[in-house]
Write a protein that binds this ligand. Sequence first.
Ligand code: ATP
Ligand code: MG
Length: 292
Amino acid sequence: MKTDKLAHKFRVESGKNFKLKDFDPEDTGHWRSKEHAEETLQKCIACTVDLQDKLYAQDQWALLLIFQAMDAAGKDGAIKHVMSGVNPQGCQVYSFKTPSEPELQHDFLWRTTRNLPERGHIGIFNRSYYEEVLVVRVHPEILKSQKLPDELIGKNLWEQRFEDIRSFERHMTRSGTVIRKFFLHVSKKEQKKRFLARLEEPEKNWKFSAGDIHERKYWDDYQNAYEEMIRNTSSEDAPWYVVPADNKWFTRLVVSTVVVDALESLNLAYPKVDDAKRKELDAAKKLLISKK
Ligand code: ATP
Ligand code: MG
């Protein structure tokens, strides 16, 4: 599909000169409206379904999609729309909340590593190990619950975490897992609007959590942490996409094009039938036809 340009526009491969303020949450490119984008979104979704089938049949590559965002940026909706129609057998979604006691008995990559996608599968992380340089950085008191030996908590802790994440992602890439990371970039103004809708509209009440309003007080700290994270963990193999998130329809369009782009880059195809397999198929067919 000819969507690579859109995917490329929001891609960060090198964090060197990255500044979050260069990205506008309201951006919708040359797309005017949801209706204008609908046809392309549907094409992308159909393309994803087709490519996932091949990914599964080929059973070599895996695709890991990581979603990070402030509350109400639309992670859940983006995942739901972009993966609609995809065979659930080849796709797993994991949501990472505050770590449990057993999880805290291990290093910070342990719980996500256990849930990485198998070959042939698409894995989606709704939040991820990146929380370790986001919420934990904004609220360093969380570190105390992580049971780390005191002498290992030095001033280079965040640098070390970035380094470990980069190494981990390089390792996964070299093992055949393609990683694409999305930061859904919502504005503070739009978040307020969405929180108010959660308070005012009965069918959205369930989504409201008082804690979300509390975290809003740390907005600037979070933006700085996101900026640092993207600066330090963008790479050619595991790029970040800073996806404008004030218009949900545009977020979904961009995420969908990135997914198609990633799958297309793998030159996926159904496994070839060799001579031996051909013979086996022919023999099976003969047997099936000859019997009642
Ligand atoms: P939604 O609100 O749409 O249901 P969510 O992803 O915001 O989805 P919540 O249960 O509201 O889910 O929040 C999960 C919380 O867990 C977030 O505040 C997040 O920062 C926190 N969290 C995730 N990973 C970690 C971690 N490693 N350490 C500390 N907190 C974490
Ligand atoms: Mg939440």
